[in-house]
Every structure is written in C-alpha cells, then in structure tokens.
Design a protein around this ligand. Structure first.
Ligand SMILES: [Zn+2]
Length: 461
C-alpha cells in the first residue's frame, strides 16, 4: 500500500495473458480484499449515489435501483410521511458503517452518528436525524451528546472482514481465494496459459477511482479486472436485461393479511405485458425499502448468483473468507426501516439505549418516520398514507396527483380495448423475486410478476 498526495493506493500484481490481453488473476493483500468485500456491504441506494457521482455524464445503471433512487429524488417532501423519510432513503445507513471505519480505503465514509433533540430538558426524546419532530412539536435540530457509546469487539489479528493475514488471489471474474501454488497453477492451466512465456506480470496502483470502476464492473462485466485495469472502463450494455420469469412462483403458501400487498396492474391483453401498476403506499414502501438493503443481502434474499457472475463470485468469497458470520438467516437493517408490511426477509435492529451525556437521562429514540405530536401512530411507512402511486415496469414511481389519467393512457399508445386492469396480490415470494428482478433486469414488474398475470389468462379462457 502506498500513499501519494494523501490518497490511499494499493499495489496489485496482475498476471496478464499478453496474447489475449486479459488479466488471469491478481495477487492482493488482505487490506485490499477487505475493500473489495466492503462493496457488498453498501446499501443499494448508496451504490446508486456513488456510481452517479463517479460518472456524472453517463452513470452505469444498476438494474431498476437507479430508477427507484431517482423516484425518491424527484418526489416532493410532501409526498413523504416526514422530511426525514426522504433523507433516510437518499442516504441509507448500514449497520456495517462502524465496521467499515477500519478500512484502509473507505468508499463511503459515514460520518460519526450524531444525535439530536429539541433542546428542551422537559422532553426525553432523541433522533438520529435533525429533520425529525419532537413530541412537543419542535424540530429536533439541537445536537445532543450521548454517553455510553457501543463498544465494538473485534480480533486484532483479523482484517475488517477477512480472517487472518494471508495474501490472496483474485480472478478476472472476482473469485477470491487464499493464495497457494496449487491454485495459481490450476488457474494458469485452466485458461490455457500453461506456457509461462505467454503471461507477464504487471504492477498496478489502485485507488478510489479504480475501486469505483470495479464497483461498476460488478454490475456490468464478466471480466472485472481486465475491464478496470486494461480497458480502463466498465463495459456498457453488456449485461442483457433478462426477462425470465422467476422459477419459484408455484408453491404459494397461505400468507397472512399483513403479509399481502394488493394493487392493480394495467395489462396489455394481446401479450399480457404489465404496462404499469397503480398502487397504495404499502407497495411503494416495499420498493423504497430496497434502497436500504445492502448488496450482500440482496444476493442473499433473492438467491441471485448466476446472472451477474462477478457479483456471485465475490459474494461466495465473502462468505467463505469472512472473519465474522456473514450470512445470518435474515438481513438486519437499522430500526427505522421497519414498515407496517414487511414482505422482505429482513429484520430491523432494536434501537440502542441512549443516555443524555449532560444528565444521564434515558432518552426515547423516536422513529424518524413518525410525526412528533402523535407518537401513538408509530411510523408505519415512508410515503404519505392513503396516497396512490403509479409504478412503471422499470420501477419509476410517481404520485398519482402529479399526472392526469388520460395523459397516462395516451402514453401507452395501445387501443383501449387491448388494455385491461387486473388485481394482483403479492406476498413474500414475489417480493423476493421483485428484489432479484430489480437487480438483473430493467423490466422488474414483468420479470417478477409474469406468472401472476399469465395464470389469470388461463382462468379466463
Ligand atoms: Zn420536545
């Protein structure tokens, strides 16, 4: 690792197949592997934001997540339950932020968590967001120091994520393994480089910029190292949007009412394509939750590991080499991402106990989704209750008050007799396939709900 002009840079040894102009593998230190694994811990909303900043003119889209993020940006504060709701979606926090502080190169250095209150000693409430409202109605914008910070326990021998102190091999498609002669030989032979005269070694420096390109490549390339270091850019338009219907739709278990979301799908009859969906706040809350889910949990929940090869490989290495337990049965998010209907396999962390430093008073941590005065109505979701929204196939979400019905129908360019409206109910299974489809296609509704509409067609005939 070298430091030049203040920026941390890692040194990677690339083994390059000179004939084919391809990286066979790279040798890397543990600290760099930690940085690589940290990409998986970023919430999807953070990934979208980082990629947009990296390539402002032409950011690499991440499935439908980029549209979801843009929908939050475009929606007015009035469309959300509170001002803080928009903030927690645009700047999602992760429970791994604290861990990531130990990285030698942190793509997303989260500020130390600050706590806020309304400033009155009669109130015993605090919030992690300065845009929250207190029970007394005042804005909670006074920074309030707390005592008794959490102590994070870790083994000093281990890296941030990686166990031990080995050096590592990273293949072009991001398989990560502990370096051994046996592995190096097998890798060289498998790509037809048994003749060592064909390969050469190159030393490259990798800093923030290159790590960002690697992050792009996770979503767009099958040869991430070659694209990052030899081609110096991520490929565009390589990953074809796949519209294969989700394989696990058939065995549907009876779901409880709180685990079902119902909405209307506007369907084109001749090919049963969903043109858009008209829904209430519960479906939008579900989709917006996607932005807070870390990439590792998206892979875990959706079981997606085959379409995006580099992502699948990286996740496998993360699980195998990790110093801590990576795959819990469910993803854990900060407490305020809990919505009334939780269809994804996530749990929210119980808020920690907070004591005001000045007088050791135990403060009540409020849900930034709730309104200050009425704490009985705990924050039930991100967007306004009793509102209606439209959601396009590629997950652009628009409040229905902002466009006219006729304008919408005209945009479809389909004769009215070819359009029908179907009621669709989804539960946990479809929510997981929606999450998966959002990652790998630009046609999430049709990819994930295809079976739901085609079944209806059979019933009708
Ligand atoms: Zn107050």
């Amino acid at each position: 690792m070298a430091k030049s002009s203040g920026e941390t840079k890692f040194t990677l040894k690339l083994v390059v197949d000179e004939e084919r102009k391809k990286v066979v593998f790279a040798e890397a230190c543990r600290d760099f592997v930690d940085v690589l694994f940290s990409l998986l811990t970023l919430p999807m909303g953070t990934i979208v934001r980082l990629l947009e900043n990296h390539r402002k003119s032409e950011p690499v889209p991440v499935g439908c997540f980029s549209n979801l993020y843009k929908s939050v940006v475009d929606m007015g504060t009035d469309d959300f339950e509170t001002e803080a709701c928009k903030q927690i979606l645009l700047y999602p926090r992760s429970l791994r932020d604290v861990q990531c502080k130990r990285l030698k190169l942190n793509l997303h250095p989260a500020e130390g968590y600050k706590w806020f209150s309304c400033g009155s000693y009669n109130c015993d409430m605090c919030s992690g967001f300065s845009t929250s409202r207190c029970r007394c109605g005042k804005l909670m914008n006074k920074e309030t120091p707390m005592s008794g910070a959490k102590v994070v326990d870790y083994n000093i021998q281990d890296g941030v994520f990686v166990r031990g102190r080995s050096s590592f091999i990273i293949t072009d498609d991001l398989k990560v393994a502990v370096r051994s002669t046996d592995l190096v030989l097998r890798k060289l032979k498998s790509v037809g480089c048994g003749d060592l005269r064909k390969v050469s070694e190159r030393i490259v420096e990798i800093g923030l910029d290159e790590v960002m390109t690697l992050l792009e490549c996770i979503f767009s390339s099958n040869a991430s190292l070659t694209d990052t270091f030899l081609n110096k850019q991520s490929p565009k338009g390589v990953m074809k949007p796949c519209t294969t219907p989700s394989p696990y739709m058939e065995k549907e278990i009876e779901a409880r009412p709180e685990e079902i979301i119902t909405f209307s799908a506007i369907v084109r009859k001749h090919d049963m394509k969903i043109l858009y969906v008209e829904c209430k706040e519960d479906f939008v809350d579900l989709l917006f939750t996607f932005l807070a889910v870390p990439l590792e949990s998206v892979v875990d929940i959706s079981g997606e590991s085959s379409t995006l090869v580099c992502l699948g490989n990286l996740f496998k290495g993360f699980k195998e080499l990790s110093a801590t337990e990576v795959s819990r049965s469910k993803a854990v998010l900060p407490h305020y991402y809990k919505c009334q209907k939780q269809l994804l396999d996530i749990i929210t962390e119980r808020p920690q106990l907070l004591f005001r430093a000045s007088d050791d008073e135990l403060l009540d941590l409020i849900d930034p989704k709730s309104h200050g005065r009425d704490q009985s109505k705990k924050g039930s979701g991100f967007v306004k209750r009793d509102a209606r929204f439209t959601v396009s196939d590629d997950l652009i979400i628009t409040p229905m008050n902002s466009s006219s019905a006729l304008c919408f129908l005209k945009k479809l360019e389909s004769p009215t007799e070819d359009i029908q409206v179907q009621e669709i109910s989804i539960s946990k299974t479809q929510a997981a396939s929606l999450l998966r489809a959002s990652l790998v296609t630009s046609s999430a509704l049709n990819a994930a709900l295809w079976n739901s509409t085609s079944k209806k067609r059979k019933q009708e005939t």
